[in-house]
Design a protein around this ligand. Structure first.
Ligand code: CIR
Length: 271
């Protein structure tokens, strides 16, 4: 059977985004730093549809895996797999309830990348992994432990990547606190991350009133960004960065944001 990544529908797209529909059980999600609030799952599904449509409008081939009714957090595919140009890595999520989420995502990824694996006792959430060129920053968080970081370092060394641990505080993942928004620019919330790790980049700070505003997805030169952070949005635009906004309010109640809803990779069969 031909894999979705080899289907003609994805030919010509520069990027592929692997996504998964919102689980009907989303309201039973894990929460760490966000208080539980009622989630309108229908609305979350509509927001996720719109997110996929924006990715498509930016030239991504979007693969939409079916919802997993038994896995509340499974829309947050970023946490279960890392895609590099050369290989992919199956993570081992820090939350036990999320350890069965990987199969469908890895089946798709396995058709175009060799899969390497983080093994017990290592834990690693994709939300803690920020790649900038050949540097891979890994959050030191409740979800990603030292064994996970060390394994990632060994797995990626043959491909020329270096792995650096970065201290985080008061937030779920490294990418809650910092993401790349242009070739040489990172968007940071300095209250949540040790910014010294990013001294080689230009740092744009979120507005202090918008603490969750550092999470952005970059597709080519355009950012996909939540519409609920107007002050930081203004800072991004003032820096000359092109932004497409999305409403992800229901997914934010599940402690998700925009990076977590896709695994992005350069499109097309590899190797
Ligand atoms: C969790 O706590 O694991 C989910 N409720 C949210 C995961 C969000 N993932 C991400 O930002 N990479």
């Amino acid at each position: 059977m031909r894999s979705p990544l080899q289907s003609p529908a994805y030919n010509g797209a520069m990027w592929t985004a692997i996504t998964r529909e919102v689980s009907p059980a989303l309201a039973a999600c894990e929460l760490s730093f966000v208080p539980r609030a009622p989630i309108d799952v229908g609305r979350a599904q509509a927001q996720h549809d719109a997110y996929c449509a924006v990715l498509e409008s930016l030239g991504c081939g979007v693969i939409r895996l079916p919802a997993e009714p038994a896995l509340p957090d499974s829309v947050f595919v970023e946490d279960v797999a890392l895609a590099f140009d050369e290989v992919a890595v199956a993570t081992r999520p820090g939350a036990e309830s999320r350890r069965d989420e990987g199969h469908a995502v890895l089946e798709v990824l396995g058709s175009v990348r060799r899969i390497l694996r983080i093994e017990a006792p290592g834990t690693l959430d994709g939300g803690d992994v920020l790649r900038i060129g050949k540097r891979v920053f890994v959050g030191i968080s409740a979800r990603s432990n030292a064994a996970g970081r060390e394994q990632l370092c060994v797995l990626l060394a043959p491909f020329g990547y270096t792995v650096e641990g970065v201290a985080t505080r008061d937030c779920l993942h490294l990418k809650s606190a910092v993401t790349q928004v242009a070739d040489d620019v990172v968007l940071v919330n300095p209250a949540w991350v040790d910014v010294a790790a990013f001294a080689d980049y230009r740092m744009l700070e979120v507005d202090p009133a918008e603490e969750h505003a550092a999470n952005a997805v970059r597709i080519g030169d355009v950012l996909v960004y939540p519409d609920c952070f107007p002050r930081t949005l203004e800072r991004l635009r003032a820096a000359g960065i092109q932004v497409a906004t999305v409403d992800v309010s229901e997914l934010q109640k599940a402690e998700g944001a925009v990076t977590c809803c896709s695994v992005l990779l350069k499109a097309g069969p590899v190797g």
